[in-house]
Design a protein around this ligand. Structure first.
Ligand code: GTR
Length: 920
């Protein structure tokens, strides 16, 4: 009772104070922020934030929970449409209820004397109304008077991603297998950091947070029937429960759905060991015990965390596309969720987002919608990179197809493999990208990855005394996507002012300096997208663009498994380097964005960015260290652009030689290649003391420009010698060509050598790689031509029909380490085995098989030429399992054979000689 009286007095005193104070709006006054006694926690949160902002601005504001909503001076009233007070407030304030039709919308009406009303169309809308006022108070230092504002977000889901993943694999574990433990993810247990991150999200009006992990369930729930599946200690399990509860509750307060992502099919290590299974195996059919375990763990998860959604990747660890995906989703995952809901006694369905990655999402959706309503789809915006805001082709069609299902389709701004590690803040590029999401992809939701260092969350790659946090360093990245997800139709000239104001705040900069900083961001913001889409091998994180590319990657991209969708869908119409060279030679007309145009444009972007950042320098008074780092990034981008520009020009001259046979074409290329190395050296100098690495994925999955196994070739300083050597080699090759007596002027042939193996398959048959040999036991397909390197190898003659129906399994023993050479037909056709593809299957290099060893190495009858890949095995007993589809087992060779990687051009029409040897 005493407490109650005390409370009344304080409220009265507070109120009395405000009533007797000068009520003119300019004067800082006492302000009561009134919310109802049963106000939702999001409204409470919004009201508190508003009070904080007002107090910072010099007012004395206080939140009061009461059911009377008095209309008087110095009072802010907050509610949401369905609350008891809403009708009265709408009438008093003149807010039209029709303005509150959109999810998460709000109306604000303020008049003089610090009177304000905020009504949300729902509780999140009311929260956003509060935050809108917070922004205005922060920007102007006072509560706006006579304001009428209605707003709502354009995109319905606006989220960010955090990976519970690491730059390298854990010992003894496969890709994505990272149990949640304090040892591996100390930041996960850091509540302050979570609050900082969640506050950033809500300030930017994000309403979803996705946590990415291979198989999170065995870190977060116990399954009664499978107690041994738990992957963490009891102590860690308790901590995980606690943190996950804390996180989901704090997120909910801020109107944020936590959505847990997982890959399929991955099982926990202890479970796998107990049942003698692999934790993941792409070629494994659905096994009942795995299905039962997964269904039960999903049920346990849903029961325990009813406010958490699921993001499902059907693929990577499951064979390609097909019925298995449908079955797994409709017979295991959805039933698991439903079991959980049943146990909870609720029918409120949490959202399930289905990724269209390595899956025919439209087919899966068709089968699933009849049994579960709250479904969403998600697909990558520009692959695993940022390349264009004019996407087109088959990828754009897929997006539209998913959007047209009628459920919400989410744009996944996935790993930004071409933006790592430099700062990115082109508001212009981002705004246009979001517009493309609506106009070209017809979608209405977004999910944004960290700008760089996804695999190294929460840190950025900068080499700083104390490691920088991404949430701070890349604030502009999060802000820009969110701002345009809220409204993509903002007027560009006003946007320049908006961002300049923001940057003026960040760097204590003069308006002119701030505008120049924005300019530097926007000019550099064009460089990486243009370079990748015009010269790159892949949109995936198999390539780290900022480390550059080797010459053979530029002049012979097919040898490196060119991912053609990059050019067909994720770039404006234009030409690749090899197409341009061919057309030039044939004097054909060029179309669209050419390699030459980009080589020129990136130089201009680099120059303009440097001019802008240098002009800004004198006008910066705050955060000077960060400004210097940004400036260094601008210099780095400029060197990267100059490196590529010179190297591509060299490449075009070298490709001309392919047609002309004229050594002067090579001689013309030499100074250009020298120039590119000079710029790369500068890039290495600029990054030497400023960056720890370029790419945060530091495993064998990284291939371009160099293999990334065991965290190697991750820094420019390490890659520089590769380009220096390449230049030296080229110089010597020209000398050799000029001196015909020098027999080193063509590539030397080194042959693969057979090694003895005992094949344990039933009645194995063999063939020898020679003209007219039959490669299958049940077809007449005969070898027509082959590369000298594979002559005489002993291949395995299998049944093609059986390969198509059941896939290929070879069990064998050998007394020494061995590589199995597997030939993949160079054609996309349902009956043919698809080559290893790191863009969709992260296990595609587990045996070193992802790279083509000899392209177009063999031609059999009228079939497409065959590319050879190799699978490495240790000595002893081994098993090679390949998915369904025809391929040729060309031989078992010595694991130490180092045959030059190249394109033999066998069976390729119009093939012009191999010139890769000039560089390696
Ligand atoms: C792969 C990529 C992985 C992961 C995966 C995905 O191609 O290498 O790092 O991002 O795609 O989309 O889940």
């Amino acid at each position: 009772m005493r407490y109650f009286i005390y409370l009344c007095c304080t409220v009265l005193a507070f109120y009395g104070g405000s009533a007797s104070a000068d009520s003119s709006s300019d004067k800082k006054s006492n302000i009561a922020i009134v919310i109802s006694k049963d106000a939702h926690q999001r409204i409470q949160f919004g009201a508190e934030k508003l009070a904080e902002a007002l107090n910072k601005a010099g007012y004395k504001a206080r939140v009061q929970q009461q059911n009377k909503f008095p209309s008087r001076n110095n009072t802010i009233l907050i509610t949401e449409k369905s609350q008891a007070q809403a009708g009265q407030l709408l009438k008093q304030s003149g807010i039209a209820v029709a303005n509150l039709d959109h999810k998460e919308g709000f109306s604000i009406s303020t008049s003089s004397n610090n009177r304000a009303t905020i009504v949300g169309s729902d509780v999140t809308g009311a929260l956003y109304g509060c935050l809108e006022l917070v922004d205005q108070v922060n920007a102007t230092g006072k509560l706006p008077q006579n304001l009428t504002l209605n707003d709502h977000p354009e995109m319905v889901l606006r989220g960010t991603a955090i990976g519970l993943q690491k730059p390298t694999e854990l010992p003894g574990r496969g890709m994505y297998e990272y149990p949640y433990t304090p040892e591996d993810f100390p930041w996960f247990y850091d509540k302050e950091l979570w609050i900082q991150y969640l506050d950033m999200l809500v300030e930017n009006r994000y309403n979803s947070l996705y946590l990415w992990n291979g198989h999170p369930f065995s870190s977060l729930v116990k399954v009664k029937e499978y107690p041994y599946a738990l992957e963490v200690s009891e102590e860690t399990f308790k901590k995980n429960e606690e943190v996950f509860r804390f996180l989901t509750a704090e997120a909910d307060k801020r109107g944020i759905w936590v959505i847990q992502m997982f890959y399929n099919i991955i099982i926990p290590k202890p479970f796998a060991e107990k049942h003698g299974l692999a934790t993941q195996d792409r070629n494994r059919p659905i096994i009942p015990i795995i299905a039962d375990y997964t269904q039960k763990s999903i049920a346990a998860f849903v029961e325990k965390y009813p406010n958490v959604g699921l993001l499902v990747t059907l693929g990577e660890a499951m064979e390609g596309r097909g019925q298995d995906d449908v079955d797994w989703f409709t017979k295991t995952i959805i039933p698991g969720v439903k079991d959980g809901l049943k146990a909870l006694g609720t029918d409120i369905q949490p959202p399930i987002v289905l990724r269209a990655h390595d899956t025919d999402a439209d087919i899966v959706m068709k089968e699933s919608l009849p049994i579960y309503k709250n479904l969403y789809t998600m697909a990558k915006f520009n692959g695993e990179a940022l390349t264009t805001y004019t996407p087109r082709g088959s990828w754009a069609e897929l997006h539209r197809e998913l959007s047209r299902i009628g459920t919400v389709h989410v744009q996944n701004v996935h790993i930004l493999a071409n933006l790592e590690p430099f700062r990115y803040g082109s508001a212009d590029f981002i705004q246009k990208s979001v517009q493309a999401m609506h106009e070209i992809y017809e979608s209405n939701a977004i999910h944004v990855y960290p700008q760089a260092s996804y695999w190294d969350w929460p840190y950025a790659a900068d080499k700083a005394k104390n490691r920088l946090l991404q949430v701070e360093r890349d604030a502009i990245w999060y802000k820009a996507w969110a701002r345009y997800a809220w409204n993509s139709r903002r007027d560009r000239s006003k946007e320049v002012t908006y961002w300049s104001d923001q940057l003026a705040g960040t760097f204590g900069a003069t308006p002119q300096a701030a505008e120049n900083i924005l300019k530097a961001y926007e000019e550099t913001g064009e460089i990486a997208p243009k370079l990748l889409r015009r010269y790159g091998i892949t949109d995936g994180n198999r390539q780290t663009l900022t480390l550059g590319m080797t010459m053979t990657q530029l002049i012979n991209p097919f040898r490196y498994n060119l991912f053609t969708m990059l050019y067909e869908s994720e770039a404006p119409e234009g030409e690749m380097i090899i197409e341009y060279a061919e057309k030039e030679w044939n004097k054909q007309k060029h179309i669209g964005e050419t390699p030459v145009i980009v080589a020129e444009e990136v130089l201009v972007h680099g120059r303009k960015a440097i001019e802008a950042i240098e002009a800004a320098s004198a006008g910066v008074s705050k955060n000077k260290d960060e400004f210097e780092r940004l400036k260094n990034d601008v210099y780095s981008y400029n060197e990267l652009a100059a490196f590529f520009s010179a190297k591509v020009e060299a490449a075009l001259s070298i490709l001309r030689y392919k047609y002309s046979d004229d050594i002067s074409d090579l001689e013309r290329a030499l100074p250009l290649l020298e120039k590119s190395v000079v710029h790369y050296r500068k890039l290495a100098d600029l990054t030497k003391d400023t960056y720890l690495y370029a790419n945060s994925l530091q495993t064998k999955h990284r291939k371009i420009p160099m293999r990334g196994v065991d965290a190697t070739y991750k820094h420019w300083v390490e890659v520089l010698p590769v380009y220096e050597k390449e230049l030296e080699h080229f110089r010597r090759s020209i000398d050799s060509l000029k001196n015909p007596s020098n027999n080193k002027a063509t590539a030397k042939v080194i042959r693969y050598r057979n090694v003895p193996v005992t094949v344990l398959n039933k009645r194995p048959e063999y063939f020898t790689v020679e003209k007219n040999a039959k490669v299958y036991s049940d077809t007449t397909l005969k070898i027509e031509e082959f590369a000298s390197e594979i002559a005489g190898l002993k291949g395995l003659k299998l049944s093609k029909r059986d390969q198509i129906k059941n896939g290929t399994t070879i069990e064998f023993t050998s007394a020494q380490p061995v590589k199995v050479l597997v030939g993949f037909f160079n054609e996309k056709n349902p009956g043919l085995l698809t080559p290893p593809d790191l863009e969709h299957d992260v296990s595609a290099n587990d045996f070193g098989q992802s790279e083509i060893k000899i392209a177009n190495a063999l031609l059999a009858s009228s079939f497409a030429p065959v590319n050879i890949h190799s699978y490495s095995f240790p000595k002893g007993r081994n098993k090679l399992t390949l998915a369904k589809g025809a391929c040729v087992i060309v031989g078992f060779v010595d694991a130490n054979d180092q045959v030059r990687l190249y394109d033999a051009g066998i069976g390729v029409k119009g093939y012009k000689k191999d010139i890769d040897w000039l560089f390696e």
